[in-house]
Design a protein around this ligand. Structure first.
Ligand SMILES: [Zn+2]
Length: 741
C-alpha cells in the first residue's frame, strides 16, 4: 500500500501534515539548530503535547504516523570505542557515526509511535528522545523501560527535526541504546542518586529479583539478578542467580539467554531440577525438540517423582512426533485455533519431502525431493512471527509507518509484526540466520553483527525481509471462519492477520499453482494440488489470478520484484489488447447478469460464457480460462434450481476443463467419473464437485457420486488444510443450494 492509497481514508489529514513535514526535514539536513528549547520549556511542552495525544488516541480513530528516515545501519562499534558527543554538536537529519550521546530522562516516558521522553545531556541541553520497537505496553510499561531520571547511552545518534523548533533523537535499532544502571561508572556523579545499591550483596540482589518475579516483573528481576552477578558472587550464589535469571529470561521470551544461564548441556557444576527443566523449556521454544526431549528424559530419570516433569516430557514427545511424521490431530488444531486468542498453537513444524534449491532466474525456490500425489502434505509450518487481526478492527488505534524516501507505508498488523520480529531476533540471536537467509531484495544495509555481547539487528533489513516475505490472509483459523469462508457474504478484504513462515517463504509465485496454502491459527499448511514428479518446483500465487486481471497482477509482481512467466501471464502478453478489453467487457456484463434478482435465465449467461470462451486460442489444459470459473459455477447452480442434473454435470465438467482439468464421465455416458489430471485448484471446486455428486446420485450413479464426493473432500483438504471439518462445513450443501429433487 502506498501513501496515496491511504488518502481516501481517515488518515488523510495527519499524513498530509507529516508529508509536508518531510520536505522541511530534507531541507534542513546538516544544519545545527540554534532555536532548541531549554530543558524547562521542553518539560512543560512535553506534558502538554502528551495530554493532547492521549485525548486523540482515546477516540481510536486517528493514526499517528511514524515517519521512517532513509535506512541507516545499526552501530557496530563497541560502545567503549565511541567518542562522547553533546547535543549542540548534532546536525539535523544526520546519523553521527563513531559517537555516543549520554542522556538523562527529565520526564516520564510515553508512547507516541515509540517510547518518547524529554532528555538532557551532560551540558544541560535538552531534546526529546524516541525509541522505536521496544516492548509493547502490555508486556512492559514505558515508564519501566525509561523512567524519569533514567540514564541511557545512545550510540551513533540520529538527530531529526519534527517541527519548527522541535528536534529529537531517534533510536531505530534496539542495540543502539544502552540502559545504564545508576552505579555504572559511565553515569556522571551529578546524575547518580543516593540509593545506588553498590553496597548491596549478591544475595540481597537475588532476593530483590525473587520479589520482582513474584510480582511478574521479570525485566526488573533480570536487572536485579544481573546486578548480583556483577558483584563476583560465590559459586553457589552464582548458580542460584543464574537459575533464577533463566526463569525471568524464559518469561520475557529470551530463550538463548535462558539456556545459557542453565549451563546447558552439562549443567555443571551441579545439575539441578530447576536448571534442567528451564533448559528444556528454552530448547522447546527454540524449536529444538530433540534436545529438549533428551534433557527431559534425563530429568525424569533423575527426578522420577515429579509429575510436572512427566507431563512436560509427554508434551515435547508429541512435538517430536509431529516434526518427524507430519501426523497432526487437525480436529484438535481447529479447536485450539478457535479457543486461543491470539491463535498461536503449541505445535511443531513438519517439513515434508521438500528442499530449498536454486531456481534459475528466480533466486531460490522450494522443490519436492520425490514424487507426490495431489493432496499430499508438504509443509505444516509454525509461523516464525505472527500477528492476529482483531475481530473488531476498530478496537485499536491505527498505526502506520511511512517511508520518507519512497512514500510507501505499512500499517496496523504489519507494524506489530515488524516490531515482534525485531524483538524476537534481538532477544534470540540463534534464530537470526534462519530469518536473514530469506530474500531481502538486494537491501544493502548491515547484515547482522554482534556488538558488546548483543546482536545488532538492523531494523530496516528486518522490515525489508518482512515486506518481501509476509503472508496476509483472511481469518480461516477456525471452523466458524471456514463457514464464513464459503459464505457468499464473506468480506474477504478483511485479511489482515499476517505472519512470516520461513520455509514456505521459499515457494515462488506462480499464477498456475501446483500447491495450495491454508492456515489454522498460526500454522501454514501446504499441500500439493496436482500429482508432482520428483524435483518439481513448487509454486502458488501471491496475487489471486481469479480476483485480479493481468495488469493488476503485473503491478503487484513488479512491486515484489519479479516477472511471472507462467503460461497464463505469457498468454496474456501475447494476446491483443482488443481481445483483453473484450474479455473484460464480457466479464463485467456477466457479473451484472449473475447478480440480478430474480436470477437471469441460464441460457443468457451461457451465451456470454461461450463468447468469453471464444476469446481464448490456446487449449485450456495449457492456458486455463480463469474468467470462466465463477460464471460456469453460477450456471451449474441455476441448473440445480431448475432440477436438471445432466446440465449440472455438463457445466461442472465445463468448469473443470476450462481450468485445465482433464476429466472423464461428467456426462450421461457410461464412462466412470474420474480426474485424470488436476487443473488450477481453488476453493469453489469443492462446491462444484458436490453438485456433481448430487447430480450423479439423482441420475442413479452411486459410485460416481461417491467419487465426486471424494474429490470434493480432497479439494477441501488442499484449500482448508485438513478434511476433518468437511462435514461440518459442507454437510448442508444440498439444502443450501436447493437440491430438492
Ligand atoms: Zn503468471
Amino acid at each position: 500500500m502506498n501513501a496515496q492509497e491511504l488518502v481516501q481514508q481517515e488518515f488523510l489529514e495527519r499524513l498530509k501534515i507529516y508529508s509536508d513535514g518531510l520536505r522541511v526535514h530534507k531541507e534542513r539536513k546538516g544544519e545545527r539548530p540554534t532555536d532548541r528549547k531549554s530543558a524547562e520549556e521542553l518539560e512543560c511542552g512535553f506534558l502538554e503535547r502528551y495530554l493532547t495525544h492521549v485525548d486523540a488516541a482515546r477516540d481510536k480513530t486517528l493514526a499517528f504516523p511514524v515517519v521512517v528516515p532513509i535506512p541507516y545501519p545499526p552501530c557496530i562499534t563497541p560502545v567503549a570505542e565511541l567518542k562522547n558527543v553533546t547535543m549542540r554538536e548534532l546536525r539535523l537529519e544526520t546519523r553521527h557515526k563513531g559517537t555516543r550521546l549520554l542522556l538523562k530522562a527529565i520526564t516520564q516516558s510515553h508512547r507516541i509511535g515509540g517510547i518518547v521522553a524529554a532528555t538532557q545531556d551532560t551540558r544541560g541541553d535538552a531534546a526529546a528522545v524516541v525509541m522505536y520497537h521496544q516492548q509493547p505496553e502490555n508486556v512492559r510499561r514505558a515508564v519501566d523501560i525509561l523512567g524519569k531520571g533514567s540514564v541511557i547511552l545512545v550510540k551513533e545518534p540520529y538527530f531529526e527535526v519534527v517541527g519548527p523548533g522541535q528536534y529529537r533523537i531517534r533510536v531505530d535499532h534496539l542495540s543502539d541504546v544502552v540502559f545504564l544502571e545508576k552505579n555504572d561508572p559511565r553515569v556522571p556523579k551529578a546524575w547518580r542518586s543516593k540509593a545506588l545499591g553498590s553496597e548491596k550483596t549478591a544475595d540481597a540482589y537475588r532476593l530483590k529479583g525473587n520479589e520482582a518475579v513474584e510480582q511478574n516483573k521479570f525485566w526488573e528481576a533480570i536487572t536485579a539478578y544481573s546486578a548480583g552477578l556483577s558483584l563476583k558472587p560465590t559459586a553457589d550464589e552464582t548458580g542460584a542467580l543464574c537459575r533464577n535469571r533463566a526463569l525471568a529470561y524464559l518469561r520475557t521470551r529470551q530463550y538463548d539467554a535462558a539456556l545459557l544461564d542453565t549451563c546447558y548441556p552439562d549443567f555443571l557444576p551441579q545439575p539441578s531440577y530447576n536448571g534442567m527443566i528451564r533448559a528444556a523449556e528454552a530448547l522447546y521454544h527454540l524449536g529444538r525438540f530433540d534436545e529438549s526431549a533428551k534433557v527431559m528424559q534425563k530429568l525424569c530419570s533423575e527426578f522420577p517423582n515429579h509429575e510436572h516433569a512427566q507431563g512436560q516430557l509427554e508434551r515435547v514427545q508429541a512435538r517430536l512426533s509431529e516434526q518427524q511424521t507430519g501426523v497432526y490431530d487437525f480436529r484438535q488444531l481447529q479447536i485450539d485455533a478457535t479457543k486461543l486468542k491470539p491463535p498461536t498453537l503449541d505445535r511443531a513444524t513438519y517439513i515434508g519431502p521438500v528442499e530449498v534449491r536454486d531456481a534459475p532466474g528466480k533466486g531460490r525456490g522450494l522443490f519436492v525431493t520425490k514424487a507426490v500425489k495431489a493432496g499430499d502434505l508438504l509443509l505444516c509450518e509454525k509461523a516464525f512471527g505472527y500477528v492476529h487481526a482483531p475481530e473488531d478492527k476498530y478496537a485499536r488505534a491505527p498505526t502506520i509507518m511511512v517511508h520518507m524516501e519512497t512514500d510507501r507505508a505499512i500499517m496496523n498488523e504489519q507494524v506489530d509484526l515488524l516490531q515482534a520480529l525485531i524483538r524476537k531476533l534481538y532477544h534470540n540471536p540463534s534464530l537470526i540466520p534462519t530469518f536473514t537467509s530469506l530474500c531481502h531484495g538486494g537491501y544493502e544495509g548491515q547484515t547482522t553483527f554482534e556488538v558488546d555481547g548483543a546482536p545488532a539487528v538492523d531494523t530496516f533489513l528486518v522490515e525489508r525481509i518482512m515486506t518481501l516475505n509476509v503472508f496476509g490472509y483472511w481469518r480461516t483459523t477456525s471452523l466458524a471462519d471456514h463457514i464464513d469462508f464459503v459464505s457468499p457474504n464473506t468480506k474477504r478484504e478483511q485479511d489482515h492477520s499476517c505472519g512470516v513462515w520461513t520455509t514456505a517463504s521459499y515457494i515462488n509465485h506462480s499464477c498456475m499453482n501446483n500447491v495450495e496454502r491454508a492456515f489454522i491459527g498460526d500454522m501454514m499448511i501446504v499441500r500439493a494440488t496436482k500429482d508432482l514428479d520428483a524435483d518439481t518446483e513448487l509454486g502458488f500465487w501471491y496475487k489471486d489470478p481469479f480476483r485480479s486481471n493481468f495488469a493488476q497482477r503485473q503491478a503487484d509482481h513488479e512491486e515484489w520484484g519479479f516477472v511471472c512467466y507462467c503460461s497464463l501471464c505469457e498468454d496474456a502478453r501475447a494476446t491483443e489488447t482488443s481481445t483483453i478489453d473484450k474479455r473484460k467487457e464480457l466479464w463485467l456484463e456477466a457479473e451484472e447478469l449473475c447478480g440480478r434478482i430474480p436470477p437471469t435465465p441460464a441460457y443468457e449467461i451461457e451465451q456470454i460464457a461461450k463468447a468469453l470462451d471464444d476469446t481464448y486460442t490456446q487449449p485450456a489444459s495449457k492456458v486455463p480460462r480463469v474468467e470462466l470459473r465463477d460464471l460456469l459455477l453460477v450456471i451449474a447452480r441455476l441448473y440445480v434450481i431448475s432440477k436438471e442434473p445432466s446440465k449440472v454435470l455438463e457445466y461442472v465438467g465445463k468448469m473443470l476443463t476450462s481450468l485445465g482439468f482433464i476429466i472423464h464421465g461428467a456426462d450421461t455416458s457410461s464412462t466412470r467419473f474420474a480426474v485424470e489430471q488436476w487443473g488450477m485448484v481453488a476453493e469453489p471446486f469443492v462446491e462444484a464437485f458436490l453438485h456433481a455428486r448430487k447430480a450423479f446420485e439423482v441420475l442413479g450413479r452411486p459410485e460416481d457420486a461417491e467419487k465426486a464426493k471424494e474429490y470434493a473432500k480432497l479439494v477441501f483438504k488442499m484449500v482448508i488444510g485438513e478434511d476433518d471439518s468437511f462435514e461440518a462445513v459442507h454437510g448442508d450443501h444440498d439444502t443450501r443450494f436447493g437440491w430438492v429433487c
